[in-house]
Design a protein around this ligand. Structure first.
Ligand SMILES: NC(=O)c1ccc[n+]([C@@H]2O[C@H](COP(=O)([O-])OP(=O)(O)OC[C@H]3O[C@@H](n4cnc5c(N)ncnc54)[C@H](OP(=O)(O)O)[C@@H]3O)[C@@H](O)[C@H]2O)c1
Length: 246
């Protein structure tokens, strides 16, 4: 199949391109650096010519609620309109487990808008909600790291390996549109502070971690809010196994 990946140069995008190519698909890679901009629409129509399915794994670093909703809303609307013009038969969106249970988080509001547009849009779809990735703790600690210390919220997660996410997306893109997919998650629950500590240890770095709910993630995200549903598809790669391959 000819399958396009929006966000092909990103963390999950690069792995998804590789998974699709391993399965024998012809992959069209889309990102601003590759001449396709979902916000302006530049390059979109040419890129989608002959494409049967699209996997959207774009991302925005916006921390402001309005900016996050504007990015995901505009990018998704432009992408879906171009897909409809090109006759794309399946739109696959990577989303996040728990975003409908948390109010106020800017990224989650953007993802909710993205899900709304996809589920009400013109192209048959599958939305794949994933838990946080194994590299999430290192990213979060990196947001505040200064003078050898970083703040991290003690979130309870069931993280998933980025390569496992990519494998599921490649499989889903090659299949029929399925609406809302079950949650996908890794095999074990983890504490975000402990994940950050062990990632730093594996990298040979010393960072003092300060647990707090006063950063981007507040206590509305405590408890089991971010855990996958009971029918979740559990992917195999443990956090320890992922750490061992860093
Ligand atoms: N991190 C987690 O734990 C987690 C968990 C579940 C779901 N997710 C979701 O996973 C998705 C992918 O995350 P990621 O970490 O793989 O992202 P990432 O590494 O930041 O990659 C983002 C990609 O989007 C592209 N992009 C950004 N703006 C664009 C635009 N205007 N037009 C076209 N392409 C654009 C980037 O390329 P250019 O800069 O070249 O445009 C890049 O290829 C996100 O939607 C996120 O919500 C993340």
């Amino acid at each position: 199949m000819r399958i396009a990946v929006a966000g092909a140069t990103g963390n999950i995008g690069g792995l998804t391109v590789a998974a699709l190519e391993r399965a024998g698909h012809e992959v069209v890679r889309m990102s601003r650096g590759l001449g396709v901009d979902l916000i302006t629409g530049d390059g979109l129509d040419d890129a989608l010519s002959g494409v049967e399915a699209v996997v959207d794994v774009t991302n925005s670093a916006a921390v402001d609620r309005g900016e996050a909703v504007a990015f995901f809303g505009t990018a998704t609307a432009n992408l879906l309109a171009a897909e409809a013009r090109a006759g794309v038969r399946h739109h696959v969106l990577l989303s996040i487990v728990g975003i409908h249970r948390v109010e106020g988080n800017a990224h989650y509001l953007g993802k909710r808008e993205q899900e709304r547009l996809v589920s009400e849009g013109p192209v048959p779809w599958t939305i794949v909600p994933a838990t946080q990735f194994h590299d999430f703790a290192e990213m979060v600690a990196g947001w505040t790291e200064q003078d050898g210390a970083a703040t991290v919220a003690p979130l309870l997660l069931q993280p998933i390996a980025p390569a496992d996410v990519a494998d599921v997306l490649a499989e889903v893109a090659a299949g029929a549109p399925g609406g809302r997919h079950v949650d996908i998650a890794g095999p074990e629950t983890q504490d975000l502070v402990d994940m950050a500590r062990r990632t730093h240890l594996a990298r040979g770095r010393t960072v003092r971690l300060v647990p707090t709910w006063s950063g981007v993630f507040d206590s509305a995200m405590a408890g089991e809010v971010l855990l996958p549903g009971p029918d979740a598809r559990i992917c195999p790669t443990t956090f320890d196994r992922w750490l061992a391959e860093l």
